[in-house]
Design a protein. Sequence first.
Length: 188
Amino acid sequence: MSEDLLALFRQTGALLDGHFVLRSGLHSRQFFQCALLLQHTDIAATICGRLADELRRIECDAVISPALGGIVVGQEVGRSLGKRHIFAEKEAGVLVLRRGFRIGPGERFIVAEDVVTRGGRVQETIDIVRQKGGVVVGIGVIVDRSGGARPDFGCPFASLIQMKVETFPATDLPADLRDQSAVKPGSA
């Protein structure tokens, strides 16, 4: 399934090649622009339905996702699981719950995200759930591009694509990236 999904990313123009600056500040030759894939509602329903199938065995009450990239994923996973979906969004540079979203004591959540490299946004979302008295019981992402280097979040983790995409600190770029202008295509 991973190869078929990668082909779909390429077919929709959602797997970009070039010189990119990731949210983490690291640089990369490849970037998964999931919004280009998920703009096709039939594809979003199918792909996120597959992700929901990977998570279905986990008992949860709701799905939460970090904005912006995780919103469509979380909405579709929640729909497929028959659970409500809420999202965290930035306020003054940090993720917070807004719009009247609530997390009840002991409420069990799956965190849904589009892409994980280092897991920072997923961890921020986990922290929000825990601070509000909820429990994170699982994590689902479309693409795990960490090559196994993502943190252990302490609960089941599912992804549809697992791969190692090379990343580089700005101070140690290979020659081919030093010779290209960097683009920051994701949400900051």
